[in-house]
Design a protein around this ligand. Structure first.
Ligand SMILES: [Zn+2]
Ligand SMILES: [Zn+2]
Length: 157
């Protein structure tokens, strides 16, 4: 589930029902994206105010991906290049379906120039894709890049 994409709720769906009392807020503002979202879009955390995290799940997923990218860069000996972007920005640019096939959903993001050969974590170098295409590309496309990179820079496999 950690690789999955949490989509932000569509705008205008934050209805509050009459039964909800004023003393218990049902929405809060995310400290990261600044959007007011329903409380259940914030992960539970007993140590935090109202028992919820201050950053919404969608922002946390974006942050986690960024951290994962930086970790992989260090593993492969590259300097990370990050231009923060959100899942919402990717959807606005490419839609919420897989970039590679007609049937897949947006289940993960793919770095066009793969991280292993120094691809950047920027909106220009990522596309939404389904898990199947992500796996397929890893073997059919990325392996070619990686082999060429090794030859060019004479790095050990
Ligand atoms: Zn947020
Ligand atoms: Zn696909």
């Amino acid at each position: 589930m950690s690789e999955g994409v949490t989509r932000p709720a569509a705008n205008g769906t934050d209805h509050q029902t009459a039964s909800e009392t004023n003393s218990e807020p049902t929405a809060r503002k995310c400290v990261s994206c600044g959007q007011v979202k329903r409380l259940n879009e914030f992960a539970k955390d007993r140590s935090k105010h109202q028992g919820r995290r201050r950053t919404c799940a969608a922002c946390r997923a974006d942050d986690d991906r960024e951290r994962d990218y930086i970790r992989r860069c260090h593993k492969y000996g590259h300097s990370p290049v990050v231009e923060p972007f959100t899942t919402q920005q990717l959807i606005e640019r490419y839609g919420d379906r897989c970039f590679y096939c007609p049937t897949g959903n947006f289940e993960c993001i793919d770095h066009l120039v793969c991280v292993r050969v120094g691809g950047h974590h920027t909106l220009d170098n990522v596309v939404p894709c389904c898990r199947d295409c992500n796996q397929r590309k890893r073997w059919e496309v990325d392996e070619v890049w990686i082999r060429a990179y090794r030859l060019l820079f004479e790095v050990a496999p």
